[in-house]
Write a protein that binds this ligand. Structure first.
Ligand SMILES: Cc1ncc(C[n+]2csc(CCOP(=O)(O)OP(=O)(O)O)c2C)c(N)n1
Ligand SMILES: [Mg+2]
Length: 613
């Protein structure tokens, strides 16, 4: 066996560069690059190795480890899990900065390779700078925080351990059902130690997504349920897009006259103008999709985790006889809600379902009913997004303005605040992937960094980041990175001077406006933050616009720029789209001095009784 003598870090970097994939007939590196912020714990070991490989595995530097990981996550999401990125940090704070991002990747089932530095395996210099020092367990380091938010965790304490650890990491990162974050904690001394690695460790490897076909019995049971359905409905989740099943979904729905609703992650699998697309489902759903869900007797849930926003906290599918078919790549999601599991790849299974149901169509009365409510919803939605010269426009009106200036191939990206609900209900998605919403963890601060990752994944598409003032203030430093890398974004900041959606939730649960909008916080001076000046200071082309018409002009200009634009608009914090939507379970205090809370608790008890009895 021929071997090559390398440090562990050099071996890891060479192995990363040897992993390939094929997209659209082109062989591409599986890892598009490594985001890195160095410190002690990775600069000498992994840093030296990355420098040596910089021509085959690009190293990218940003300003915050969590943001770098958000970019990597968005890159994987926009690449539909076909490609991914790694992120490395120093030990201690750099590492724990990435824990939140690991949770984002974990919830959203997205591949992310985290390479935090770790303390000395040899422990001679302990305690080192930034070492946590557990009093009762010598094996604990800051990186143990990654364990519950990693699909695979390993700590490399000897150079040869990277061989089996890397093999396991690759299986997890590329497996559609296990997919999620992998953490390889790299002890700093071990990164620099040499070993005679077998040449086979660096052999080129081509990864293609596995397409598991359905079990015959599960398929037969699913077919029987669908054939007996009078009011069938598809719920398209993110797995539909990750499986690249949008064509099969469209054909399946058309062949059998079955309408389809979409989760946050599944939106854009069908274009908005497909007549069978009823749009968003659940708490932030359209009137059309939620009405269909209320009456549906069989729901084919495709690639969805069925979280509470999708199921209206388990109150949306109101027919007591309603059965769910859980089409998913793994049993964990497939069996939720007492579903008939159909464990398979969405693309493969939809094609087999279509064939097995040949000649069968949903009753014409059901198709006519959902068509009518789709038409009614489109009229309603148009009223909320229409042009207006209101001094303080609503989020929905800003969504309408961005929509009017967008093209089918563009990407709109968001994660937290009031915007995800408005966009889910109202955004009209064009091509698949044109709607990029991180709503598994709904992590404030994902937006701008995520935009960077989405743009890197497909530089030909314009990326519109829509972000609230709260999320912007939480994490904006990657505006500077986008300027530095020449990765152009168009960022629209909706400034309603605080946490508008949480203030509305607070009021809806009987609470007084408190500690959400800036005016309701403890303050000496009410802040008046100049977001345009702030973004300009980081190198973006920035301006504040006075209203929707000016916003549309600025958006049109931004399309022509090759540098990141930040456009700021003041919005009304109190308005959200009250059409459509569904009850969401948020627990209300059972005892309070406030009459509003008592009334809200009564409504809450009533909603629980309606769901549970
Ligand atoms: C990291 C993080 N912290 C807290 C929350 C809870 N949260 C959800 S939305 C929100 C307010 C967001 O404010 P902003 O971005 O201004 O959007 P708005 O609600 O005003 O539309 C908060 C605090 C969260 N989702 N993520
Ligand atoms: Mg806000």
């Amino acid at each position: 066996m021929s071997t090559i003598r390398l440090t562990m870090a050099q071996a890891l970097v060479a192995a990363l560069a040897a992993q390939k994939t094929v997209v659209g007939g082109r062989t591409l590196p599986l890892f598009a690059g490594v985001w890195a912020i160095f410190g002690h714990g990775n600069v000498a070991g992994l840093g030296e190795a990355l420098h040596g490989a910089r021509d085959i595995l690009p190293t990218l530097r940003a300003h915050n480890e969590q943001a770098m990981a958000h970019s990597a996550i968005a890159f994987a999401k926009a690449s539909r899990r076909r490609r991914m990125m790694a992120v490395t940090s120093s030990i201690g704070p750099g590492a724990t900065n990435m824990v939140t991002a690991a949770a984002v990747a974990h919830v959203n089932r997205l591949p992310l390779l985290l390479l935090p530095g770790d303390v000395f395996a040899g422990r001679r210099p302990d305690p080192v700078l930034q070492q946590i020092e557990d009093f009762g367990d010598g094996t604990v380091s800051a990186n143990d925080c990654f364990r519950p938010v990693s699909r695979y965790f390993d700590r490399i304490t000897r150079p040869e351990q990277i061989i089996p650890a890397f093999e396991r990491a690759m299986q997890v990162l590329t497996d559609p059902s296990e997919c999620g974050p992998v953490t390889l904690a790299l002890c700093q001394d071990v990164q620099t130690e040499a070993y005679d690695y077998p040449e086979s460790f660096f052999a080129e490897r081509i990864w293609q997504p596995r397409r598991t076909r359905p079990d015959e019995q599960e398929l037969a049971q699913a077919v029987a349920l669908l054939k007996g359905a009078k009011r069938p409905l598809v719920v398209a989740g993110g797995g539909t897009l990750y499986s690249e099943a949008e064509g099969e979904l469209a054909r399946f729905c058309l062949a059998h006259g079955i309408p389809s609703a979409e989760t946050q992650a599944g939106k854009s699998a069908l274009p908005h103008d497909n007549p069978l697309n009823l749009g968003a489902i659940g708490v932030t759903g359209t009137g059309a999709a939620n009405d269909a869900a209320k009456h549906a007797d069989v729901v084919l849930a495709v690639g969805t985790r069925l979280q509470d926003f999708t199921t209206g906290s388990r109150a949306l599918f109101a027919d007591p006889e309603c059965r769910i078919i859980g089409l998913n790549t793994q049993g964990f999601d497939a069996g939720k809600h007492g579903a008939q599991p159909l464990v398979a790849d969405a693309k493969a299974a939809l094609a087999e379902l279509e064939a097995a149901l040949a000649g069968w169509k949903a009753p014409a009365g059901w198709s006519a009913q959902v068509q009518a409510s789709r038409d009614a919803w489109l009229e309603t939605a148009a009223r909320y997004t229409a042009m207006s010269n209101q001094a303080l426009p609503s989020d929905a009106q800003v969504v309408g303005a961005v929509q009017r200036q967008s093209r089918a191939s563009d990407v709109v990206l968001c994660a937290a605040g009031g915007l995800p609900g408005e966009l889910h209900k109202l955004w009209q998605a064009g091509a698949p992937g044109g709607y990029h919403m991180e709503y598994g963890y709904s992590c404030m601060g994902y937006e701008i960094a995520g935009g960077l990752g989405a743009k890197l994944a497909d530089p030909a598409r314009e990326v519109f980041v829509m972000v609230g003032d709260g999320s912007y203030l939480m994490m904006n430093s990657e505006i500077a990175t986008s300027v530095m890398l020449g990765v152009k974004l168009t960022i629209v900041v909706l400034d309603n001077r605080g946490f508008g959606c949480i203030n509305r939730l607070q009021n809806a649960t009987g609470g007084a406006s408190f500690n959400n909008l800036l005016r309701d916080t403890r303050h000496e001076t009410l802040p008046e933050i100049d977001f345009a000046a702030h973004a300009g200071a980081m190198g973006a082309i920035s301006r504040k616009v006075a209203g929707l018409a000016e916003l549309e002009t600025a958006l049109a200009e931004a399309r022509g720029h090759d540098r990141t634009s930040v456009i700021v608009i003041d919005t009304d914090p109190l308005i959200s789209t009250d059409a459509g939507g569904h009850w969401w379970e948020v627990a209300v205090p059972a005892v309070s001095v406030r009459d509003e809370v008592k009334a809200a608790r009564k409504r809450y008890d009533g909603a629980l009784a309606a769901r549970d009895n």
